[in-house]
Design a protein around this ligand. Structure first.
Ligand SMILES: [Zn+2]
Length: 89
């Protein structure tokens, strides 16, 4: 039987996929989009930062800042008490 070998076949497929936050597991499909790179024609996915994680990070930052502020405040109070005591000695 006559035959061809090594015939290249290109197939086009549509791919549906889901996107989740790797940190908290929240679904991110609504804030994800697809595009193609201009130069390399590579399929790309853009995802907005997870809102839940951003909010958590903000809270963590606020708590850290508050703890640091309390620490500095108590140090200043101590210094003030010492200075006052030295003044009245
Ligand atoms: Zn998240």
């Amino acid at each position: 039987m006559p035959s061809f070998s090594g015939i290249e076949v290109t197939a086009q497929v549509d791919v549906d996929f889901e996107v989740f936050c790797g940190t908290c597991g929240a679904g991110l499909c609504n804030v994800s989009d697809t595009r193609e790179s201009r130069n390399r024609r590579m399929p790309q996915v853009t995802v907005e930062a997870c809102e839940k994680c951003m909010e958590n990070a903000k809270d963590e930052g606020r708590e850290e800042a508050e703890a640091e502020y309390e620490q500095q405040l108590s140090e200043l109070r101590k210094e003030l008490a010492e200075a006052t005591a030295a003044c009245h000695a």
